[in-house]
Each structure stands twice: as structure tokens, then as C-alpha cells.
Design a protein around this ligand. Structure first.
Ligand SMILES: [Cu+2]
Length: 277
């Protein structure tokens, strides 16, 4: 870890740390996204580098935090504000303490069977070191009871990853597919960064587990870069159970804020589950 930080600071000195070297992700973490029945859903929201488990950034209260839900094909999607459940927490990253969020979404707010697309639209974040604003439109999906719903629906966000597989229903080794969208339109030949949540959160301590789950022999396996095809689609086989973050950077329409570069990114969280023995 220390070695890595040292290498990183040398990289910064030499100016060779590129945006894609190891991207930051808005983490939306809940222990289980495929729920058998309606349950309380605890969620942690932290802005960090997921494979390395840090460094973590302060995160301001999201501009919007909500879910969309749709019962069957013949009804209107319903949007429910989840901001009332947000609570600021202190996140520990080594000896630093950072601002993060926890939401305890009560059972009766996600009571019906089906899919819940949970979305964060954050304020642009000024990233001092990289010298740019970052705004990551982030999604995770929770299913209650195995009944399908609006998992396939694109929400028309400025930057979005539309799922072509249910993000909560993937065996380990299964191929996950998605489409990168900019204001609802596919983005061909754009890079998608895939990172494994190598330091899962310790929810009682408000920190990332110190021990990594895997060691990567090369940086290109820490932040795996793939590309969309001419239709904006990508696919990735997830080799290990747990959480996989997909990030498409700078795909949103806005590129500037206060005279500085603004990166409008799309994040989608996908859970892979081992076959039972
Ligand atoms: Cu970063």
C-alpha cells in the first residue's frame, strides 16, 4: 500500500498519472442487491478509488438521491426521493477522516416486488490534485422478490450506463453487458473502466477493509479498461464474486465549469454471485 502511494506521488510529480490510471468511483454499497423479500436497505455512499481502497475524497450531500420503480410495463415509472434518509458519516482512511453518507432506507419505502434503480446525481466535485471538476451519475439496482421491472430502462441522465443484464443477477464468470449513454444516446468507442471492489467496506467501522481480496500483478489489471463498440455497448466477464464497478468517464455533455474542465461520468455497480457448492 505504502509502495503504491509512493509510486503514485512520483507519478504525480512526473505528471504521468492520467485520468484513467485509476479512477475514482462513487461507491453505492449495500451488502445484498437481490432481496428475497422487502427489507430495510442500508447503503453507504463513499467517493474513493475502489481497487486500492483509497485515497478517499470528501463527498458533499448529493444534489439528488432517489429511486425509480415501475410496476409492469403498463404503468408510469414512479420516482421516490431518498434524500430524507441520508445521514452524514465520518469515513476513516488511514489517519484521515472524510465526509461520506449513509442511508437507511426503511422496508416500507421499497415494499413492492420488482426493480429499484437507485440513483445519485452529485454536485460537481473539485478535485485539487487532478485539477478538474468531477460529477458522477451513479446507479445501483436492488430487486425485491425476483419479479422483474424497470432494470432495462435508461433514465436519460446526462451520463449513464444502461444495463443489458440485470446488475443483481449474475453468476461469477458471467458476462455483464451494458451501453454507455450521453443524455440517452449511445457513445461509440468510449473507454469503460472496470474495477473490483477489492477492499469491501466495513460498515461498523466506516472504513474499507484493509486486506485486499486480490493482488493484481500489473496496473492494467487493477483498473481494467475496455471499450464500447460502434453501438456504445460493452461486455465484461466477472471472474470473482463481489462488486464490480463500471465507469465511463467524461461522457456527459458538459465539459466546463467555472473555467475548469468538468468530467461528467457514469457509474454502475454490479454484483456477481458464486454458484452454490
Ligand atoms: Cu482519482
Amino acid at each position: 500500500m505504502l509502495k503504491k502511494i509512493k509510486a503514485l506521488s512520483i507519478g504525480i510529480l512526473l505528471g504521468i498519472v492520467s485520468l484513467s490510471a485509476s479512477a475514482h468511483f462513487v461507491v453505492m454499497y449495500t451488502p445484498q442487491t437481490a432481496l428475497l423479500r422487502a427489507s430495510d436497505v442500508p447503503m453507504h455512499i463513499v467517493f474513493t478509488h475502489v481497487f486500492a481502497g483509497g485515497p478517499t475524497y470528501d463527498m458533499e450531500m448529493p444534489e439528488r438521491f432517489y429511486y425509480t420503480y415501475q410496476q409492469g410495463a403498463f404503468s408510469f415509472p414512479e420516482e421516490v426521493d431518498l434524500k430524507p434518509y441520508l445521514e452524514e458519516i465520518e469515513w476513516h482512511d488511514g489517519d484521515r477522516t472524510l465526509k461520506a453518507w449513509r442511508a437507511d432506507i426503511p422496508r416500507d419505502v421499497m415494499r413492492s416486488l420488482g426493480d429499484y434503480q437507485i440513483v445519485i446525481e452529485p454536485e460537481p466535485y473539485w478535485e485539487e490534485e487532478e485539477g478538474l471538476y468531477i460529477q458522477q451519475f451513479s446507479k445501483v439496482m436492488v430487486n425485491v422478490g425476483g419479479v422483474g421491472g424497470n432494470w432495462l430502462q435508461s433514465l436519460g441522465l446526462p451520463a449513464e450506463i444502461q444495463a443489458l443484464n440485470k446488475p443483481y443477477a449474475n453468476w461469477t464468470g458471467g458476462v455483464f453487458r451494458g451501453v454507455v449513454l450521453s443524455e440517452g444516446l449511445p457513445v461509440p468507442f468510449t473507454q469503460v473502466e472496470v474495477e473490483y471492489m477489492n477492499h469491501p467496506p466495513n460498515l461498523d467501522e466506516n472504513m474499507f477493509q484493509e486486506e485486499p481480496l486480490i493482488e493484481a500483478p500489473h496496473p492494467s489489471l487493477e483498473a481494467i479498461i475496455i471499450s464500447t463498440n460502434e453501438f456504445g455497448e460493452f461486455s465484461f466477464a466477472m471472474p470473482k464474486a463481489g462488486w464490480w464497478g463500471f465507469a465511463a468517464l467524461t461522457v456527459g455533455p458538459e465539459r466546463e465549469l467555472n473555467g475548469e474542465f468538468l468530467s461528467q461520468d457514469a457509474i454502475l455497480w454490479v454484483q456477481a454471485t458464486d454458484l452454490p457448492e
